[in-house]
Design a protein around this ligand. Structure first.
Ligand code: 4G4
Length: 259
């Protein structure tokens, strides 16, 4: 996969392109990442890539032409003459794992990072294919949002993850949250590892993990659960979790200080 990033602050993207899972994938040639700075395509002595907002107010907006030249250079370098950009913005469609998986299957992405009040609307109309938001909060620039998207699609590329951390075991890969995980020591003053995990009974372990995934999703993200069609086995596991959970919370209440 090739990713071109249009940004006034390439340093932000650099970190994620150099370290960790994505950095290693890039070093191994599995992902190619190139950065394009609209400032390098400005035509005045100040290398301006932004200008005051029409209609007044304090803000500035990123100008069309430096962005357009940066995009054209990204297109030429990548050999995708018509490629449009993905614009990271709070106004975009919310990113989720299904969208990440769809984007990860493409062989080229062009990401556009806004700064200031964002990008001139005419550039969005002509050169942006979709606007994506990583969540309902505001960042000072689109770079960290782009870095998140690069990380999420990068780790799904063939050959990037080890088998041990395979993407099929992720939270969300089946629409559910992940189960809890434990490592040594088995006994600690903060608690014991659930006995089933040290039993060596692989079927029982798999069943426990599926039950915990369902239970946690039910407790923490009922919105995710509502979108799923559980099969009869899953429904039985979740019922079992709920009964155990009910037992625990009732015991807590009964052994409490009585407030
Ligand atoms: C576009 C318009 C993305 C981009 C305005 C980008 C949050 C997200 C930006 C801005 C971003 C997100 C400066 C407000 C850059 N903030 N939720 N900021 N702002 O995906």
């Amino acid at each position: 996969m090739r990713i071109d990033v249009i940004t006034l602050f390439p340093e932000f993207i650099d970190v994620c392109a150099r370290v960790g899972v994505v950095g290693r994938a890039r070093a191994r040639g599995l992902i190619e990442i190139a950065m394009w700075n609209p400032r390098d395509f400005a035509t005045d002595n100040y290398r301006s890539a932004d200008d005051r907002c029409y209609g007044g107010g304090p803000g500035v907006v990123m100008m069309i032409d430096p962005l357009r030249k940066a995009l054209d250079s990204a297109r030429k370098a990548s050999g995708s003459a018509q490629g449009k950009a993905i614009y990271l913005s709070p106004q975009g469609t919310r990113l989720d794992q299904a969208k990440v998986e769809a984007l990860a299957r493409r062989d080229h992405l062009i990401l556009l990072c806004g700064r200031y009040e964002g990008v001139d609307e005419r550039f969005i109309e002509h050169a942006v294919e979709e606007e994506i938001s990583i969540g309902d909060y505001v960042l000072s620039g689109g770079e960290l949002a782009a870095a998140i998207l690069i990380d999420a699609v990068g780790r799904l590329q063939e050959g990037v993850l080890h088998d041990a951390q395979s993407a099929s075991q992720d939270s969300f890969s089946d629409g559910l949250l992940d189960c809890p995980h434990y490592t040594r020591p088995e006994r600690h003053e903060w608690g014991e590892v659930p006995a089933v995990l040290t039993s060596g009974d692989h079927a029982a372990i798999a069943r426990w993990r599926r039950k915990q995934s369902l239970g946690r999703t039910w407790l923490r993200r009922p919105d995710l659960l509502a979108r799923l069609e559980l099969d009869p086995k899953q429904r039985a596991l979740l019922d079992e979790f709920r009964r155990e959970h009910e037992g625990k919370t009732t015991r807590d209440r009964d052994s409490g200080s009585g407030e």
